[in-house]
Design a protein around this ligand. Structure first.
Ligand SMILES: [Mn+2]
Length: 164
């Protein structure tokens, strides 16, 4: 998530959303966005992208605004092998579209990266299939941090389904 603006009000909006997610984190991502929306109405609002993986290896995501989500498939021959996940317009706490959760089925080794707009958008090339996710995140922050905004990058690799 990224609170609107770059000051203490932006931080307050983001913190409010964090509190909602901590409290209701087990809920569906649609319900979480709605809860955040209600709680953030008294703040400046935030953009946010939520992603959850269920026990059937399905990645569910919902993004309002411009927190980017990129899925890199372990299988380089997959079509598409790299996908920028679709986001919806709006601001949580101000204006929500009709929420449409989306879904992809993951394979072991697939990589998901989430990045706020403090990271330049051309970081996808840094996502390498064989590398440690922490190292990828650190390198992206080093090379693609714009420097005029706060930034967050999260890189995760899906290992295997829980029932295996
Ligand atoms: Mn930002």
């Amino acid at each position: 998530m990224d609170g609107l603006g770059k000051d203490i009000e932006a931080a307050a909006a983001a913190r409010t959303a964090v509190g909602v997610l901590r409290k209701y984190g087990a809920g569906s991502i649609v319900s979480l966005i709605k809860r955040c929306h209600r709680s953030l109405m008294m703040t400046r609002g935030a953009v946010m992208t939520l992603a959850a993986v269920d026990l059937r290896a399905n990645l569910h995501w919902l993004g309002i605004g411009n927190v980017e989500a990129v899925l890199v498939r372990a299988d380089a021959a997959a079509v598409p092998a790299v996908e920028r996940l679709r986001l919806q317009g709006g601001v949580v706490g101000y204006q929500l579209p009709i929420l449409a959760e989306r879904k992809r089925t993951l394979q072991p080794g697939d990589i998901l990266a989430l990045a706020t707009d403090g990271i330049q958008g051309d970081f996808v090339g840094e996502l390498r299939r064989e590398e440690n996710p922490q190292r990828m995140a650190e390198r992206i922050l080093e090379r693609h941090f714009k420097g005029n905004d706060d930034a967050l990058i999260l890189v995760a690799r899906y290992s295997r389904a829980a029932h295996e």
